[in-house]
Design a protein around this ligand. Structure first.
Ligand code: NZQ
Ligand code: ZN
Length: 389
């Protein structure tokens, strides 16, 4: 295990009816002039927004609204939010939704207290030194942004999806009621499952020895898969919703990566797909991950072999290393298919993607190599896109 610092200051308020505590919690964190940020329609339709605004009003909290944030959020809404935040003099941002809403809130939180362009943080031209505090009411377990210090935004000019991380961006609190996720269309639940699993993969597939972290990471991965299949049968199974919701947070708040060199190549490779073709991030990952695994296992089989046995349940008796790995990857693909997700980019996009455009954009954003479990050249990434077709 490498030396590490793990700082996860977010207060998690988990369980039934917890959204009713929103107003009081915002107040506790000093929110007086609040910007409420939410998505397209689900939270209005379910009555959640009414509950939240009532709860803020009861506490005498003044708020303005930025709504209609779309999946794969774009910079135009961030600029709009920054102007609004400055005009209204807000001192707290409340995000009600999933990764897209939370990431937009975090970008506004950075941009509203910075004199330059908020993109400076995403391109590495500036390091965050201040941010407006953000609180979250989570409605979809997936991106893990409720417990992470990351934000991912797509720049409309050139369709580049870029991210920045800072502990300043970790939400002050995250209110998590699993019942709120019961209105999710199955496809969104499935994409969330694919995303949270991959957040663990990015940390699990590593060359750093870490038996304890690997052990609990394996347990979380097995549980996500088991619970996801239970939810497929009964989407109103509260205990399964609860496990999936908490798993989505601990998959990405850093716990599964402590003391380890992390990889993140699959995410980078996928981000080009969701930026250019506007597909759901988790759906893109279901295509990229099996292709990435097949590719890296040829150069560095050890952790893929362990994953096949300890997570996918392959019985190694009488099988060669290659056979164990092939069976593990094949079972993972079966799992995605059981969720109703395709593992083919061509299927996902509805036509063959422009691989050269994907590789060009990837190189523009990430440079000549990416990943650590197996460092990948752009030719390797091209091959992975081809394997994912
Ligand atoms: O807009 P509405 O109507 O609310 O519909 C949303 C949206 O269409 C719907 N939804 C959310 N909660 C619902 C619901 N529908 C019914 N009932 C509910 N309770 O779900 C759709 C997807 O929402 P979105 O916020 O886009 O999902 P997700 O949480 O998967 O976020 C995806 C974004 O997060 C980024 C991804 O790249 C993508 O842009 N990521 C952010 C990360 C981070 N900040 O740490 C890490 C991740 O790896 C990821 O890259
Ligand atoms: Zn992700």
């Amino acid at each position: 295990m490498n030396n590490f610092t793990f700082y996860s200051p977010t207060e998690f308020i988990f369980g039934k009816n917890t959204q009713q505590k929103t107003g009081k919690t915002v107040k506790r964190y000093g929110g007086e002039k609040v910007m409420l940020v939410y998505g397209g329609q689900s939270a209005e339709k379910s009555g959640l927004i009414k509950e939240i605004t009532d709860s803020l009003t009861q506490e005498g909290i003044d708020f303005c609204v930025l709504k209609g944030i779309k999946p794969n959020p774009t910079d135009d809404r961030v600029y709009e939010g920054i102007s609004l935040a400055v005009k209204e003099g807000i001192n707290f941002i409340l995000a009600v939704g999933g990764g897209s809403v939370i990431d937009t809130a975090k970008a506004i939180a950075l941009g509203a207290v910075y004199d330059g362009d908020f993109w400076d943080f995403y391109c590495g031209k500036a390091t965050p030194v201040a941010a407006i505090p953000v609180g979250v009411v989570l409605t979809i377990p997936a991106a893990g942004s409720e417990g992470s210090g990351n934000t991912v935004i797509t720049r409309l000019d050139g369709l580049h999806k870029m991210s920045v991380g800072s502990s300043l961006l970790r939400p002050r609190f995250a209110i998590m009621n699993p019942e709120l996720t019961m209105t999710l269309p199955w496809f969104q639940t499935a994409c969330g499952v694919s995303d949270m699993l991959c957040h663990i993969f990015e940390r699990y597939f590593s060359n750093t020895p870490a038996r304890l972290v690997n052990g609990y990471s394996e347990a979380i991965m097995r549980d996500i898969m088991g619970r996801a299949l239970e939810l497929k049968v009964d989407g109103n199974n509260y205990d399964a919703r609860a496990d999936i919701m908490w798993a989505g947070t601990i998959a990405h708040n850093g716990l599964c990566g402590v003391g380890k060199e992390e990889d993140w190549a699959s995410h980078r490779i996928e981000h080009e797909v969701s930026a250019i073709y506007d597909v759901a991030h988790g759906a893109g990952l279901a295509c990229i991950v099996p292709a990435w695994l097949s590719f890296v296992a040829k150069r560095n089989p050890d952790m893929v072999w362990q994953f096949a046995i300890n997570v996918m349940g392959v019985n190694p008796d009488g099988l060669s290393t290659e056979e164990i790995i092939a069976k593990g990857i094949s079972l993972l693909k079966d799992f995605y298919h059981d969720l109703g997700l395709t593992t083919s980019l061509t299927d996902l996009i509805g036509r063959q993607p422009d691989i050269e455009a994907l590789v060009r954009s990837l190189e523009g954003n990430m440079g000549k190599t990416l990943g650590y479990y197996v460092p990948l050249s752009m030719d390797d990434c091209r091959e992975i896109y081809m394997l994912a077709l």
